[in-house]
Write a protein that binds this ligand. Structure first.
Ligand SMILES: Nc1nc2c(ncn2[C@@H]2O[C@H](COP(=O)(O)OP(=O)(O)OP(=O)(O)O)[C@@H](O)[C@H]2O)c(=O)[nH]1
Ligand SMILES: [K+]
Ligand SMILES: [Mg+2]
Length: 375
């Protein structure tokens, strides 16, 4: 029966494929025999979905008005249904103006603005609204999603009145084109070999996959020789993601706008769901908190530099990724600095003493002060 479903999908196109997958998710915990069928079916579906990612001539990913230069320290894309208030948000957070109106599809291209926060320039991209079927090319869906893939963080903007439904539909669209929201890359080592068959291992007991299933999925991709090591209890879907290799893992902030139109109880409920922020752009409500959470999602840090005998440069500072080392800091200051590096003095959260003398591998925290001492 499941085989039939997949045949129907091939003929009926990508929209139906998406629907079938929802069905699969709901029935994730089936018997072992069914698991194999599903594993195979999922592998097939992933292949069809991959076709969605391929550009189709003029209607492809790079449309006119979507080719915006990356600038600043990070890029954030605004994704959402029409008229949820994306352009209104760009207007209140940046100096740029984007047309807002009560009719749908007011915005037709990509409009970049800049948010200045914690000394960082964050590029915010206002985009046309997308609707169901965006991934398969409805409206400007393909172009919008192509831009979203280039972002560091996606803000999924939702109308607080219909947020849950909109969120579910958009997540499916993004899933369909290989965008994984708020997930880590599955911890599976995978390498295609020239010979030797399948070498399958895991560092822990697996409850979703086993050697046979993995082998069948690989056969679907005509891969017969490979080394596979599960370091996590991953599902078949996650393993397929690893084989496909073109998945994008990005943080997503769900922003529920127009809370002026819902009850306090509903605001409270939404605000307690993970990765979610409630706002009203028109009434300028909770936008400071939105920026705080955006900064968290972007995982940026600001590090201040200091010269010997002088005060730190608290006006300037360097914007880096969370977890960066002294080496990264040196690289940003001057490309040759690393070769002249002797040690550094660090003040702040990452330092045990004030200051602490550290080596090039030391990792920095937000708002640390650093003085580099050369040889
Ligand atoms: N009640 C209420 N309305 C809002 C709020 N924010 C925006 N709006 C209204 O929602 C409508 C749509 O706003 P836009 O900013 O044009 O929405 P958009 O998402 O950019 O729309 P498209 O570009 O068409 O996709 C406008 O009439 C706004 O005034 C809000 O916080 N509360
Ligand atoms: K609109
Ligand atoms: Mg707009």
């Amino acid at each position: 029966m499941l085989g039939e479903v997949s045949t129907v999908c091939v003929q009926a196109g990508p929209t139906v494929i998406t629907c079938v997958c929802v069905y699969l998710h709901e029935h994730d915990l089936l018997s072992a025999a069914t698991e194999y069928h599903l594993g195979l079916l999922k592998a097939k579906l992933a292949k069809y979905r991959a076709q969605l990612l391929e550009p189709t001539g003029k209607a492809g990913a790079k449309g006119e008005g979507f080719d915006v230069m990356k600038s600043g320290d990070a890029r954030v894309a605004l994704i959402g249904f029409p008229s949820v208030g994306k352009s209104t948000l760009l207007n209140v957070l940046t100096e740029t103006h984007s047309e807002c109106a009560s009719y749908e599809f007011t915005t037709l291209t990509c409009i970049p603005g800049v948010i200045q926060y914690n000394g960082a320039n964050i590029q915010l991209l206002d985009l046309p609204g997308i609707i169901e079927g965006a991934a398969s090319g409805k409206g400007r869906g393909r172009q919008v999603i192509a831009v979203a893939r280039t972002a560091d963080v996606v803000i999924m903007m939702l109308d607080a009145l219909k947020g849950d439904k909109q969120r579910e539909l958009l997540e499916m669209e993004l899933e369909a084109v290989g965008i994984r929201l708020n997930k880590r890359r599955p911890n599976i080592y995978f390498k295609i070999k020239k010979g030797g068959g399948l070498s399958f291992n895991s560092t822990l007991p697996l409850t979703h996959c086993n050697e046979k299933l993995v082998q069948m999925i690989l056969h679907e991709y005509k891969i017969f020789n490979a080394e596979v090591l599960f370091r996590e209890n991953c599902t078949a879907d996650e393993f397929i993601d690893v084989i496909m290799g073109n998945r994008v893992y990005m943080n997503c902030l769900y922003v529920y706008n127009k809370i002026d139109q819902i009850s306090i109880e509903e605001v409270d409920r939404i605000a307690h769901t993970p990765h979610s922020v409630v706002v009203s752009c028109n009434m300028r409500l909770n936008l400071d908190y939105l920026l705080e959470q955006l900064w968290e999602s972007l995982a940026l840090v600001r590090v201040y530099t200091k010269k010997r005998g002088e005060h730190p440069d608290f006006e300037g500072g360097l914007i880096l990724r969370r977890g960066c080392s002294v080496e990264h800091v040196c690289h940003v200051i001057h490309r040759q600095l690393k070769s002249q590096f002797k040690y550094a003095l660090v003040w702040g959260k990452s330092a045990k003493y004030s200051p602490q003398r550290v080596g090039i591998q030391h990792s920095m925290c937000h708002e640390d002060v650093i003085q580099v001492v050369k040889k």
